[in-house]
Design a protein around this ligand. Structure first.
Ligand code: FE2
Length: 201
């Protein structure tokens, strides 16, 4: 099995002005691609996992041989988390949640505005590197949480619905240390059609 870099649903300048062209290019062709290469490299000597999906692998890290577990957790997580991040952004697409997803957001957080504030606060509070997520628990309830480094919510039995990368490499060229500004601007490029599809699955 060799995992592949998913094609971006836009060109490198497709998230301007909220995320600049150079950041998307470096983030995708260097950071994301390196996680992918390291994940494939770690798994190539273990063909018993060749038919497994990245989702299965990250949900079953305890079944991996100990010598590759940490490297796959970090690099498989880096591969998968970025897949979700790129996918849930676009200048086009629904700019707000609707229907059952919106109802669920309102019953959990009070309002869509509150959800946004919660994800921004969580992303801002993530000391060091990681992500801010909207996830769904097995019982169907929604939760906002931060993960550290390349940890993935799948490993904690959570279904990811929406993610924002808060590693400095995601925003430093344009925003420098102003992570709050990046997080606030980021809502302009969230594609809620993708979030809705994940919620429906
Ligand atoms: Fe990243």
């Amino acid at each position: 099995m060799v995992f592949e870099l998913p094609k971006l649903p836009y060109t490198f300048d497709g998230l301007e002005p909220h995320i600049d062209t150079r950041t998307v290019e470096i983030h995708y062709t260097k950071h994301h691609a390196t996680y992918l290469a390291n994940c494939n490299k770690a798994l190539e000597a273990h063909p018993q996992f060749s038919e497994k999906s990245i989702e299965w692998i990250l949900s079953n890290l305890d079944q991996l041989p100990e010598e590759i577990r940490t490297v796959v957790k970090n690099n498989g997580g880096g591969f998968y988390n970025h897949n979700l991040y790129w996918e849930n952004m676009n200048l086009s697409g629904a700019k707000e949640p609707t229907g059952t997803l919106l109802s669920k957001i309102e019953s959990t957080f009070g309002s869509f505005t509150n959800l946004k504030a919660e994800m921004e606060k969580t992303g801002l509070g993530r000391l060091g590197s990681g992500y801010s997520w909207l996830c769904q628990k097995k019982d169907g309830t929604l939760v906002v949480l931060a993960t550290l480094n390349q940890d993935c919510p799948l490993s904690d039995d959570l279904k990811p619905l929406l993610v924002v990368d808060v590693w400095e490499h995601a925003y430093y060229l344009k925003y420098q240390n102003r992570r709050a500004e990046y997080l606030n601007s980021w809502w302009n490029i969230v594609n809620w059609d993708v979030v809705q599809n994940r919620f429906n699955k």
